[in-house]
Design a protein around this ligand. Structure first.
Ligand code: ATP
Ligand code: MG
Length: 171
């Protein structure tokens, strides 16, 4: 199973200029005082995984640029790169910018291709990637069990095999 090796941010939210977050292990814990930027790490991750504005805690993507929250953005864009390593330690970079560019090593650059490449490593943007944001734990715990099952089926992509599985059970 692959893993996220590091995140590179450039003028994204609380990070000015280029900075590296990581290296990460397969299991990670981010700790820090209130307001130190823990949730911003999740925002950076979600942004590069194709998330839209609402769950990134901003109204417009341009508000993600460092300084924009006080009306003084330091640049007209911000960038986040995810360095993903597969089982063979082969690295793929997924890079998204606020100005609407999608780059990467080893795949082309349109949004559709970008999302397709993410899906190949199990990141399904429309399933919200199982990122549980601050305050969302309770809402997931309180979901109807069927609803929760449906959510996990979408995330792990087992739904597409459900019909085949049911048919084989009958045979
Ligand atoms: P808590 O423990 O309260 O949840 P946290 O560690 O999750 O805090 P974050 O919400 O990640 O903290 O970070 C908040 C900080 O990010 C604030 O200091 C805020 O000023 C800063 N911040 C948010 N957007 C920007 C921006 N566009 N430019 C610069 N700094 C920003
Ligand atoms: Mg937080």
């Amino acid at each position: 199973m692959g893993y996220l090796k590091q995140i590179e941010v450039e003028n994204f939210k609380s990070w000015r200029g280029k900075q590296v977050i990581g290296p990460f292990m397969r299991f990670n814990c981010i700790i820090g005082t209130n307001g130190s930027g823990k949730s911003n790490v999740m925002d950076a991750l979600s942004f590069a995984m194709g998330e839209r504005t609402a769950s990134l805690r901003v109204r417009h993507l341009r508000d993600l640029v460092h300084g924009a929250h006080i009306g003084r953005p330091v640049s007209d864009t911000a960038r986040v790169s995810l360095h993903y390593c597969d089982d063979e330690e082969q690295e793929t970079v997924f890079c998204r910018s606020v100005s609407g560019q999608y780059n990467g090593v080893r795949f082309p650059f349109t949004l559709a291709k970008y999302l397709e490449a993410l899906e190949k490593i199990g990141i399904v943007t429309k399933a919200r990637n199982c990122l549980v944001f601050q305050g969302a734990v309770e809402s997931i715990a309180l979901k109807d069990p069927k609803e929760r099952t449906k959510m996990f089926e979408i995330i792990c992509q087992s739904k597409e095999y459900a019909e085949k599985y049911d048919k084989m059970k009958e045979a």
